[in-house]
Design a protein. Sequence first.
Length: 304
Amino acid sequence: MIERLLELKKQRNAVILAHYYQSPEIQDIADFMGDSLQLAQQAKKVEADVILFCGVHFMAETAKILNPNKIVLVPDMDAGCSLADSTPKDKFLEWKNAHLGHTVISYINCSADVKAMSDIICTSSNAELIVNSVPHDTPILFAPDKYLGSYIKKKTGRDMVIWDGSCQVHEIFSEIEVMNLMKKYPNAVVLAHPECPENILAYADFIGSTQKIIQESIISDDKEFIILTESGIIHELKKKAPGKEFYAVPNINGCSCNECPYMKLNTIEKMIKALETLEPQIIMDEDTRLKALSPLERMLEISR
Ligand code: 13P
Ligand code: SF4
């Protein structure tokens, strides 16, 4: 199957972009791996004719907004995101209209329609930088992640009204299991993603995006790490920091690791089918794309 995929990739002049939450076999075959910010930056630079995006829908949509002349394929159109789903465009517009005079910052985990109604986009890598780029006397609307929003509000002390959305994966880490792992591995450092709730972040020695967690594990002198983000990242951690130990934290449902069901919808079989048929493709009307492009470009400019 891998041979067939590589052959099709060549025939279609395609490039595979993948997020760290993809399954190990997809990570190993990707041309470029990244967190949400890195994938957006990379999508803008792609020269191939086709981008096969192995992540979730809002990420592929972002690639299309930034690089409209490319065919952007997703292995599975149902690979959504609970954060993006929490902001229907009509409700978001109502909320925005009820808070005139606010600068609207949307986390990249939202639809193109919501991006189009926003002033600036951010990711978990640059949220603090983006919030601080807004003049100090201007109040901020932040959507859709309430946990990332609260974390940044606390860090920056800014006047922020926050949408009530959450990541269904990062929200369900078990606090008891974090404590158990800390007791079992007393020398382990706790690394957490800011999509986690405050009671979980309270245990973290380091809080950062997927890429920042990887970076921290590489540069740290410590040898053991308790990981509070989607467990797909552990494949990359083991590759980039060999000889170190990584412990995935179970979720409240008792699963020994915490996986995003949307990210895991993508498979090698579906990637092959997408390249064979050039379906499913991200299609977007030009008006929405142009409106969504401006806040995304603003983010990329600030994060340069
Ligand atoms: P980052 O890739 O920006 O860390 O975001 C994590 C995530 O949940 C992506 O859906
Ligand atoms: Fe969305 Fe959470 Fe899955 Fe990321 S991990 S795609 S934020 S549901």
